[in-house]
Each structure stands twice: as C-alpha cells, then as structure tokens.
Design a protein around this ligand. Structure first.
Ligand SMILES: CC(C)(COP(=O)(O)OP(=O)(O)OC[C@H]1O[C@@H](n2cnc3c(N)ncnc32)[C@H](O)[C@@H]1OP(=O)(O)O)[C@@H](O)C(=O)NCCC(=O)NCCS
Length: 154
C-alpha cells in the first residue's frame, strides 16, 4: 500500500539524493546538480508556501515504511491551474510503483484540486516511462514548450 504524506524538513537529505540522481536531473527543467544549501532553502520555502504541496510517498510493503518517491503540486499564481511533478526513489524505479505513487498523490491533492482546476505535467518526449505513466493516468498531450511536451488532466 502507498501512503502519501506532506514532506517534512527531516526529508531533506532523502529528497536531495533523489533530486541529484542522474535520471532525475535528465528529466528536470534545469538539469543542473543542486547544492545542499540551495536545496535546504528550497525545501524550507516550499513547505512554507501555501500554493505548493510537496509530498512523500511511503510503501508499507517492506518491513517498516520505505520512502519510495515524492510528488509536488504547484498552483499557478492565478490559482487556475496546477503543475505536478513526480520523482521516484532511484532504488524503487522500474518496479511498476509509479502509477500507485501518482494515483495516491492525486488523491492526496484532491481537496485542493477543485473540479475547475486542470493539472498539467511537463514531460520531455524522450522520458518514455513518464509519458506512459501520465497518459495511463488520463493525462492528454495538449502542447509543447521548447523541448518539453505539456500534458493535461481535467
Ligand atoms: C518517471 C518515473 C516516475 C517512472 O517510475 P518507474 O518506477 O521508473 O516506472 P514504472 O516501473 O512504474 O513504469 C512506468 C511505465 O514505464 C514503463 N517502463 C518501465 N521501464 C521502462 C523502460 N526502461 N523503458 C521504457 N518504458 C519503461 C513501464 O512499463 C510502465 O508503463 P506501462 O504501465 O504502460 O507498462 C521514474 O522513472 C522517475 O522518477 N524518473 C526520474 C524523474 C522523472 O522522470 N520524473 C518525471 C518527470 S515528468
């Protein structure tokens, strides 16, 4: 079972390692390696920001809770749309867990996600795992910006 909870300051080291993993950087918009101090400042600001929702997905399958991934929903400044991103713990990738993490994250976000609020995902077309993940969850290709495709749900 996947449980999604809000990220805490004590998740900093874990999120730092996942963020700087090579595949995570390849999928991200900046692709640069983030430094620890910058990461800490970023985490503090995201947790304090009422328009950003950073989650940790934990699996109850193994002995004890294992942190298997993270997701984030950022509301646009006008509050009319949200952007979702997902990053799995590198140790848990390729095991078919991503759909559960994304689904549980969308459920966790549901109280914030009014029916009028579309959710978009920005995905590089070469990121086939992510394309398959989001399209299976109902996201539909709606456009592109630079080298990134834009998908929408709702
Ligand atoms: C994208 C990501 C969340 C997918 O999670 P994952 O555990 O690797 O993927 P899963 O095992 O759950 O599989 C997801 C889909 O990709 C497919 N897939 C898995 N490995 C694959 C591979 N090597 N090549 C192509 N497709 C692959 C799976 O078959 C599945 O599709 P299906 O349900 O149609 O069969 C994960 O790889 C990740 O965190 N990547 C780095 C960050 C990232 O890319 N985030 C998304 C940014 S938009």
């Amino acid at each position: 079972m996947i449980i999604v909870r809000a990220a805490k300051p004590s998740d900093a080291q874990t999120l730092f390692e996942w963020r700087n993993d090579a595949a995570s950087r390849a999928a991200s918009s900046s692709r640069i390696e983030v430094e620890w101090d910058r990461h800490r400042a970023w985490l503090t600001s995201v947790i304090a920001d009422p328009r950003r929702f950073l989650y940790i997905a934990e699996s109850t399958e193994s002995s004890g809770l294992a942190r298997v991934g993270t997701s984030r929903f950022d509301l646009d400044p006008d509050g009319l749309e949200a952007e979702v991103s997902i990053n799995l713990n590198p140790e848990f990738r390729g095991r078919g867990l991503a759909a559960g993490v994304l689904g549980a994250s969308l459920e966790r976000f549901a109280p914030v996600w009014t029916g009028a609020l579309p959710i978009r995902a920005l995905i590089r077309p070469e990121n086939t795992r992510s394309v398959r993940l989001f399209t299976a969850a109902g996201f539909v290709l709606s456009g592109s910006k630079g080298d990134t495709d834009i998908y929408h749900l709702g």
